[in-house]
Design a protein around this ligand. Structure first.
Ligand code: PBG
Length: 339
């Protein structure tokens, strides 16, 4: 049936459905709730400190104790999960990212503390080597200086197991190596972590919108402008994203993720239509910075623009959204302000 043959003017006036607030509410197709939101948080060594992140106004890095205070607030706002990203001290970075699987490492200690204090808060731990490598890549290099797939996967597996051991509910490989989901799933099963979930950054693009994040975790100075295009996806490609997602599901991912968010909503839509699996979207650091710059300059109205951005990501097909706006949005939703 052709939906456009169902009526004609004036029998059909679509504005009747927009004429007042109650009608608009009744015909709303998409909603946004705190339960759809995941807050990414940056953690660093130290005590009782927070440190502002200049490129991401309003956000800061936390030490373990201040992290716990923040998590308490997020829990009160009904945010179901957080995603943790560590700032690793320069002297702990190395060519083969040994610190990534140190059971007493910063991220491992943070996970343990959060899970001990807030057992109901979901904790997502990133699996990738970029905070830990001296060159800033997500994997390790071979003798030719290329990011080597299989030796990287072997280290990512050790990292994932260390994070699971620390208590992570969800491990989230964001490295884009081939076959890592399969290896991590097998490793988790073998070690008895059968309920640890894998959130696969399945379609992760080589995007310029990650710039502020790399400043926040301090990997930009290591990377020195080097490209991640040999492992992250080409922004020109969409069919390839479908293959990436298909592989990750087949290899044992529980949720898949598309990243970045707003410029890639066609990918979100296609993936959700095709696979109908839990689909997450990462509204990345550059999207945050872009919004905040325009808001601070007075060009965008803060609440309306932020809520619209999140709602549109949901409309495209996202079940949950990792967003640096999660806390702010949950605060507005608590006050009863719907997007
Ligand atoms: C690391 C990682 C990155 C992000 C999440 N995990 C950076 C990158 O791939 O260079 C980006 C998140 C953001 O920009 O907010 N593998």
């Amino acid at each position: 049936m052709n939906p456009f043959s169902l009526g004609s003017f004036p029998a059909t006036r679509l504005r009747r459905l927009r004429v007042d607030d109650f009608t608009r509410k009744l015909v709303t197709e998409t909603n946004l709730s705190p339960q759809n939101l995941i807050q990414p948080l940056f953690v660093m060594e130290g005590e009782k400190q927070t440190e502002d992140i200049p490129a991401m106004p309003g956000l800061c890095r936390y030490t373990i104790d201040t992290l716990l205070e923040e998590v308490a607030e997020l829990q009160d706002l009904h945010i179901p999960a957080i995603a943790l990203f560590p700032v690793i001290q320069p002297h702990l970075k190395s060519d083969f990212a040994k610190e990534a699987y140190n059971d007493q490492g910063l991220l491992q200690r943070c996970i343990h503390q959060v899970k001990t204090t807030f057992p109901h808060m979901g904790v997502i731990a990133d699996v990738a080597l970029d905070p830990y490598t001296s060159h800033g890549h997500d994997g390790v290099l071979n003798s030719k200086g290329e990011v080597d797939n299989d030796s990287s996967v072997a280290i990512l597996l050790k990292q994932a197991l260390s994070l699971a051991k620390a208590g992570a509910d969800i491990v989230a490989p964001s490295d884009m190596m081939d076959g890592r989901i399969q290896m991590i799933r097998k490793g988790l099963e073998n070690e008895g972590y059968t309920m640890v979930r894998i959130l696969a950054y399945a379609a992760k693009y080589a995007s310029s919108y990650y710039g502020p994040f790399r400043g926040a975790v301090g990997s930009a100075s290591q990377l020195k402008g080097a490209s991640k295009a040999s492992y992250q996806m080409n922004p020109a490609n969409s069919h390839e994203a479908m293959r990436e997602v298909a592989f990750d599901i087949q290899e044992g991912a529980d949720f898949i993720m598309i990243k970045p968010g707003m410029p890639y909503l066609d990918i979100v839509y296609r993936v959700k239509q095709q696979f109908k699996v839990p689909t997450f979207v990462y509204q990345v650091s550059g999207e945050y910075s872009m919004h905040m710059a325009a808001i601070q300059a007075g060009h965008l109205e803060e609440q309306a623009a932020i809520m619209e951005s999140l709602l549109c990501i949901r409309r495209a097909g996202a079940d949950a959204i990792l967003s640096y706006f999660a806390k702010k949005a949950a605060g507005w939703l608590k006050a009863g302000d719907l997007p």
